[in-house]
Design a binder for this molecule. Structure first.
Ligand SMILES: Nc1nc2c(c(=O)[nH]1)N[C@H]1C(S)=C(S)[C@@H](COP(=O)(O)OP(=O)(O)OC[C@H]3O[C@@H](n4cnc5c(=O)[nH]c(N)nc54)[C@H](O)[C@@H]3O)O[C@H]1N2
Ligand SMILES: Nc1nc2c(c(=O)[nH]1)N[C@H]1C(S)=C(S)[C@@H](COP(=O)(O)OP(=O)(O)OC[C@H]3O[C@@H](n4cnc5c(=O)[nH]c(N)nc54)[C@H](O)[C@@H]3O)O[C@H]1N2
Ligand code: SF4
Ligand SMILES: [Mo]
Length: 689
């Protein structure tokens, strides 16, 4: 048919990075069809991929710039919006402004915003939602291995002989990685799964261990003690490729970490811990897959270092079927980090405080009046605290593709913070909870309307391809930033004509992307970074032969278990943990606008163990009141034996019963990630009036 075409592109949801075809009819996307040649998903997609076209042409997409006048949004032209933003932002000092970038948009968009922040605004304060997600991984793995990314590839998971899935509900949150777990199992691998909830992933496991949120370090230390006691450690690997083993040993051999005690802390029976450890230590290649259950704690970095420890101890690094596989969440969270949308680095993790890197970017960009100071900036969680606790220090914020009014911890606090701003710009595809608070809203294009690249969890850099025209006057994210920068006096620094021009500049200044270009990426398998030269084949597995530290060694860290910041007491007797479900994406801005996904699950819930429900006199489906030290919400109860007694779970997708009203904005001291996975709550029956 003449008026129909297929456009091959990559999924805008999770970090797995599946490829599919968008079906375009009469110039509008209207379906998703398989694209079989991607080695990642081989034509398969999960429900979010299947319906990834449905939100694109929703009638409530943002189509024109909006300026708030007397508390109401009024449509404006691009020139009016740019003039207002330029005039306002020019009135602030650099460090009075902060920028939030986006793991949802392309590398090109993130690079442009990073350059805008550091070059045009000259502020140090840029961050994005990786802070809420894998900040602990970036810090923890950099300390252990010298590099903070997933060590092995997705395809490699199928070759593992033993998979230990810890704090990742892979089958719901990375379904096409879940498929690799099934393949590994069919190849004879043992699957061990530990989670406070009996999830869809638990159903696939050979051994499921249910435990209390916040006990991961105790479990891992216990496993390491049992390995050492049985002589199952990889002595040769420890000797040749690691350092500080004695320090680790001193801690993990303490009596606190024998299985009797670990069982008391975690709630896992001793025999299960023994079985899991034996399978794990004795297999030829054992991999750990982890995600938010590990990272979103005040001990997030400790948890990640413990995961690295057990893989160093058993020699499960730098080889096929093994590794520390931190499953990155958003479609392009790896890329947003790679592009330097973080308060401490330029692209490719080149440190802002390193005089050589600072000079390199100053020279390459050529801003006549220089760039930001060579100092680290604020993390997003810290920005919110500064806004409430140090009035007047931060005055303006520019947010591209993030919705902190639903995704950040302690929403009452976030609302106070954002309302304390003098000037807020939000660039999104929908009028989100955060956009409602803005002074200016800018309409952006979504994935289906742009060429660009995104970097998946396995460091694979893949293309988005334009399938349809943007709605109304919506523009490419990088283009908006470039046009605004031109208005602010820097046309030459943003003179790109195409997304490819932006990418070529990225490759020029970023060693790990240096050998990439659109022509090389434009093939089914794309390329994994590091890819330093145009002849280099890319790097699917990291740390073969040596780690990324200057001495090439992996570093053990001695980690003691610490409980979460808030533990249950008489007033707030339950642990609340939060997360996701397969049908919805974060703040629901896209999935709740997707007909089929929304029909599956229309609102939130709180999971309660039947024994707890009985004590509270609550039945399945009834509306209950949940309260933490931060706030109260009403939410339907889901009474299920799938959750451990004493623990409750809520998805955070739903504004009408927002889990983040309850969560605790207390941070890991290094990664500054909040403790989304454990706070204390009480739950009550709602008394009828
Ligand atoms: N459908 C869907 N898929 C998604 C997303 C989405 O919103 N929807 N978001 C994407 C993003 S950005 C991310 S970061 C990933 C997140 O992917 P996951 O981390 O897999 O998802 P979560 O539901 O946040 O948490 C995973 C599991 O951690 C368990 N858990 C709770 N407390 C603890 C604990 O103390 N220790 C351990 N070990 N586990 C615990 C929870 O019960 C939960 O099953 O998913 C990505 N994929
Ligand atoms: N309680 C609790 N809270 C959590 C978590 C948890 O486990 N528990 N997990 C945390 C984690 S891991 C994450 S990653 C964060 C996610 O937090 P956010 O990133 O704030 O959540 P999203 O809903 O993905 O918001 C992305 C926004 O980008 C917009 N968008 C999509 N595509 C584009 C585009 O191409 N251009 C532009 N300009 N905008 C676009 C969407 O409409 C949406 O408003 O949430 C965190 N919050
Ligand atoms: S697994 Fe992730 S990348 Fe693949 S289709 Fe589902 S949401 Fe998209
Ligand atoms: Mo995430």
């Amino acid at each position: 048919m003449e008026n129909m075409k297929y456009v091959q592109t990559t999924c805008p949801y999770c970090g797995t990075g599946c490829t599919f075809n968008l079906v375009v009819k009469d110039g509008k996307v209207c379906g998703v069809q398989p694209y079989h040649r991607s080695p990642v998903n081989e034509g398969k997609v999960c429900p979010k991929g299947t319906y990834a076209w449905e939100f694109v042409n929703r009638e409530d997409r943002l189509t024109t710039p909006l300026i708030k006048k007397d508390g109401k949004f009024v449509e404006a032209t691009w020139d009016e919006a740019y003039d207002l933003i330029a005039q306002k932002l020019k009135s602030y000092k650099p460090d009075e402004m902060a920028v939030l970038s986006s793991a949802r948009t392309s590398n090109e968009d993130n690079y442009a915003l990073m350059k805008f922040a550091r070059g045009v605004l000259k502020t140090r304060h840029i961050d994005h939602c990786a802070r809420l997600c894998h900040a602990s991984t970036v810090a923890g793995l950099a300390a252990a291995f010298g590099s903070g990314a997933m060590t092995n590839s997705i395809l490699d998971i199928a070759d593992s002989k033993c998979l230990f899935v810890l704090g990742s509900n892979t089958f719901e949150q990375h379904p096409l990685i879940g498929r690799k777990i099934v393949q590994a199992k069919m190849n004879g691998a043992k699957i061990i799964y530990a989670d406070p909830r009996y999830t869809a992933t638990a159903k696939q496991a050979d051994l499921y261990m249910q435990f209390r949120s916040g006990s991961d370090v105790a479990i891992l230390n216990g496993m390491m003690q049992y390995i050492i006691k049985n002589g199952w450690e990889d002595k040769e690997f420890i000797e040749k490729r690691t350092k500080d083993y004695e320090k680790l040993k001193e801690v993990v051999m303490k009596p606190e970490y024998d299985f009797e005690n670990v069982s008391k802390i975690s709630g896992i029976p001793v025999e299960q811990l023994q079985q899991a450890t034996e399978w794990f230590a004795k297999s030829e290649a054992s991999a750990i897959l982890y995600s938010m259950g590990i990272t979103q704690h005040t001990t997030g970095v400790d948890n990640v270092k413990s995961v690295a420890n057990i893989q160093l101890l058993t020699g499960n690094l730098g080889k096929a079927g093994a590794g520390v596989n931190a499953l990155r969440g958003q479609n392009n969270v790896q890329g947003a980090c790679d592009m330097g949308a973080l308060p401490v680095v330029f692209t490719g993790y080149q440190k802002v405080t390193d005089p050589a890197a600072h000079k390199k970017f100053s020279d390459a960009w050529g801003f006549p009046d220089g760039i930001c100071e060579p100092k680290n900036g604020y993390e997003v969680t810290v920005m919110m605290d500064v806004l409430t606790d140090k009035p007047g220090e931060l005055k303006a914020m520019y947010i591209m593709g993030e919705n902190p009014m639903l995704s950040d911890p302690d929403l009452t606090h976030v609302e106070h913070a954002l309302k304390a701003l003098e000037f807020l710009v939000v660039q999104d595809i929908f009028l989100t909870e955060t956009a409602q608070l803005a002074d200016v809203v800018l309409p952006a294009t979504c994935y289906a309307e742009k060429d660009g690249t995104q970097t998946s969890t396995e460091r694979r850099v893949q293309m988005w391809r334009t399938a349809q025209a943007p709605p109304g006057q919506a523009k490419l994210d990088w283009k908006i930033i470039a046009e605004l920068s031109a208005k602010m006096g820097y046309p030459e620094q943003f003179s790109w004509k195409t997304s490819e021009d932006v990418f070529n500049e990225i490759a020029e200044v970023t060693p790990s992307y240096h050998g990439m270009n659109y022509a090389r990426l434009n093939r089914p398998e794309a390329l994994h970074w590091p890819c330093p030269t145009t002849e280099h084949p890319g790097t699917p597995i990291l740390h073969i032969g040596k780690f990324s530290h200057p001495d090439g060694l992996g570093v053990f860290h001695a980690i003691e278990w610490k409980p979460p910041a808030e533990v249950p007491d008489a007033e707030y007797p339950f642990i609340l943990t939060t997360g996701r479900c397969i049908w919805h994406w974060h703040t629901g801005s896209m999935t709740r606008r997707s007909k089929h996904l929304n029909e599956e699950v229309q609102t939130g819930w709180i999971e309660i163990n039947p024994e707890d429900a009985k004590d509270l006199n609550i039945v399945d489906g009834e509306m209950v009141k949940a309260t933490s030290r931060r706030g109260t919400i009403n939410v339907p109860a889901r009474v299920t034996k799938d959750i451990m007694k004493g623990v409750m779970f809520m998805p955070f997708h739903f504004a009408e019963c927002a889990a983040n009203v309850l969560t605790n904005n207390v941070l890991d001291p290094i990664a500054k990630i909040p403790e989304f996975k454990a706070c204390s709550v009480k739950v009550e029956k709602i008394q009828e009036a």
